[in-house]
Design a protein. Sequence first.
Lengths: 654, 532
Amino acid sequence: MSPNILEYSYLIPAVPFVSAIFLLLFGKRLKPIVAGVIGTVAMGSTFIMWIISFCALQNIEGEEVRRMTSQGYTWMQIGNFSVDFRFMVDPLSIVMVGFITLVATLIHVYSIGYMKGDPRFSRFFAYLNLFAASMLILVLGENLLVTFLGWEGVGLCSYLLISFWFEKKSAATAGKKAFVANRVGDVGFLLAMFLIIATPSLGSLSYTHIQDRVSAVPTISATAIVLLLFVGAMGKSAQFPLHIWLPDAMEGPTPVSALIHAATMVTAGVFLLVRISPLIGTASPEASSIIAIVGLITALYAAICALAQNDIKRVLAYSTISQLGFTFLAIGVGAYSGAIFHVVTHAFFKALLFLGSGSVIHAMHPVAHEKHFDEQDMRNMGGLKKHLPITHATFLVGWLAIAGIFPFAGFWSKDEILGATFLRGGILGYGLWVLGMFAALLTAFYMTRQVQMVFYSKPRFGETENLPHESPKTMTIPLIILSAFGALIGLINVPLKSREELTKFIDPAIHGSKHAEIATFVKINGLSLAGISLALAIIGILIGIKVYRSRPVDSDDEPLKALGPVVPLSLNAFYVNTGVANLVAGIGTKFANTLAFFVDNKVIDGASSNMAKGIEDSGRILRKIQSGFVRRYVLYMSGGTLLILLLALWGNAQ
Amino acid sequence: MILAVSSSPADMAFPVLSAMILIPLVGALIIAGLPKSQSWVASAFGLVTTSIVLGLSLWQLFAFDKNFDGYQFIENHTWVKDLGISYSLGIDGISLFLVVLSAILFPISILVSQSVKHNQRSFVAWLLVLQSAVLLVFVARDLFLFFIGFELVLIPMYFLIAGFGHGDTKKVAMKFFLFTMGGSIFFLASMLALAGLHARETGTWSFAIDTLMNYASSEISNTASLWLFAGFVIAFAVKVPLFPLHTWLPDAHTEAPTAGSIILAGVLLKLGTYGFVRIAIAFFPYAAHRLIWVLLALSVIGILYGSIVAAMQPDLKRLIAYSSIAHLGFVMLGVAALTQQGITGAVFTMASHGLTTGVLFAVVGMLYERRHTRDIAAYSGLMKTVPVLSGVFLIAVFASIGLPGFSGFIGEFLTMLGAFSTHRWYVVPAATGVIFAALYLLWAYQRMFTGEPNEEDEKMKDITPRELMCVVPMLLLSFYLGVAPQFMIERINPSSNKLSEHISKYSGQKTIDTVDSKSNEVDKSHVEKGGH
């Protein structure tokens, strides 16, 4: 495949975009299945384009960095500022495009089954396509502004899809909350772009340009830019404390949670930081430390929050936040390729877990409807292994992968991150490593709890005619494919001999100075460190099994009570969400109301109206010529204007 | 004194600008003479008239020489010789798109107001008069002409609000009138003072914008510069409006008929910002530099204050009115940047805001016609009952929020970028405006369009083809300008570059010998630019 074909890489986002527009305009007139197939085929074609692009990229030779920009045009150019609308295929973007298109295609297929019968079926596929297009624009962007276009596009689609069932008040609220919380991060992104343009040694938003010029950038500017972009990344990738939107985002249909809020969109922040990793290398080390600390706080915090959740999707939501925390920890300790590695493995196993939970919810729906309980509440489940054999088997793969059991995907990627953290050394490095290990232990535990509550022990939904049943093939086949990846995808970066394919592949495109060091370290100490983390994972699993096997789950989730005061904290996510809500609803609203109804109405308008009234009053003195009616003023004014015109004409004639 | 005389190929014998001003005026007169009974005749006639103007403006858009930084389509006739008043018209990159925007919004306003059943004749006639007046301001190259247009706008607008609005129209129209008249007094005084100074110094009267600009920027004392600048700032600040002179706007918007709101937000507010660009900062670079922090601070306050107050409005139209204050804050931020990017961004935002807010107001009008209320709380679940109308509104919401891919983002981006290079600490709070914009619009959307529909909303009719014809062009344009903004930017660029260079050249303290060197430089630069 000739590399020149990559000049047409704009087709990768263009195809799903066109499909989305088509489905939005004409979807209603199509049969639902036709709309679903159109959306899925559009998505599948992007995966084929990925294969072609991947091969073409391999054929670029003789360059230090394999990269190829697409055709494009000048988006804006003013003075010495210029930015192109253009895409770029390089090792980093191709890795991102790879898992995005594959996971998205599988989720499209799954959605045909999952969304069956929904009155807005075609619109769902339109939104999914639009999302995929935006996500691809995001990762393929040749510069920060194109990435920002995709960045906001995925935010829009996230909004539309979270509130897809907009009749539900909670869904509509959650969508808005997600968009607004993301906008907080966007302020950082915007300011970072301004700062980059205003920094004389940079002056351009192009990634290639930034990478080339990075050595000339003053440390202080680089630090500010990195931290501002990190704020942006915190919003999109749900880092503490901007994570508050993600658990609520579970209001959206489950395929959406899997695609957007687990596999792809939430990785945008990680991608962004890795993309500008050369700048992180120039920035002061404190910036990296901040990223690592925030990442670890998020990983640990969300892992604790996941412990006591009863909603099957909320467990996974907090788990996603926690895993994203790990990737930021990786970035903070310089393991950029490790972060991407974890993003890739996580995309597969978390999509698998979410789609599995979707299959469970789908199965629970009839009985939940019959008995009026929450179909997503794990306290009403139990014993589903028998009824959902495929879902169960595939879910187990996801469980082992996320828990970090050898040789499943999560084991490799998590191990690389923790190894790099240990390598960082110092009080911070070792501290982060210990806490990270602890978060990994918690992960193994809460996932075991979930598996136990859902699939094992006795059913808790009682006697029913509407027994849960396995989902249709359109749903189980994606599960099976994903479980294969969830098991094996870790092999793309196995640190044995010199087989770290992924790291070697993307290193030239990013700032990879530490990667060789990390690789050597992991190779030498791999066995002992991996041994410890594997042991912790197994301990977590064993505790989970022990606790949930020995005591029956009831409406109070009796077994968990052993954790004591942690339970309410976990269940309420340390009251961060409520705190923010109260702040906004309380002081925020009061302040805004004061501005709107006191300051604006009474003070400012009052003052100016009084002034106007004063003018009017003083006008009364001249009552003879001023009647106080505006109509009269208008007449005078028109007359006056006319007079001026006549005078002017007369003056001119002279 | 040298007038920039265009050598552009677009100069033609046909006085296209005069035609654009006169055609609506003549149209208004004819409509006033039409028989009263047939109200659709008036609309149709108005539509035809404004479409001709639109056609002319589009022709002129494509005939515009994008490499030339001076005025094009120049017309120049001496009017009052003794006072140096001339009927001189022309457009450059800064006014070009405001002319086109006005030409686009007027036919849409007529098309959208088919439900003004009583006295459609005078409604359309006043709209046409309004168009003439507005266009006069944008194409005037004589300050006196500018002033006439600026004042003339008030009369039709007053009658549109008073005669065709809702609620306490008399009071609101009065408020609108008093506020803007108050501003005009400052305009008149500053203009006469400046012209007087010029006449005293040079011995000849002139109101030509170029002459006065060159004189005011280089030859008046620093004190005079500051005072006159302040006078013009107040005059234009009322119109924009800048905080705290904005309270007439929500009232006027809320009570005005839909067409009035579209024109008011889309075009009339831009008379103020255009005045800032064309007169305030161009005439008085020294004062602008000295007092720029005032404008910057007021812009930032406008952005944040407008957004926060907007969020709390129970009335959708009022909410959008306050959002205009925030958007115009971005325009003023770009103006106050005094950089090429800022000025280009400001002009871009002016046009963009006209389109997106136009759609928002149009949809409010459609809802009002169906339910006779603008109360946000009165609506619920519209997305279910009127999906297309809701979709249109939602697209407009995101265009207005500044989602990349729509024109609003480009405008905000450029204005903030322009201001960032010179005044970055003002941009930081301004940038948080993007959060609030999302908050107030999406919250309103959530309350009105999501959830289960209430009984009355169940019966609501979805958007009609005529209504779609009003809003779709604006949305498509906003999308086009978001994806391909360079079409506009490259036409604004030469003029904004010339202006920003002019400002930076004259922004320092004045010394005695600037006079000669300056006129030489003007000569030289003129020759260079003419050679393009």
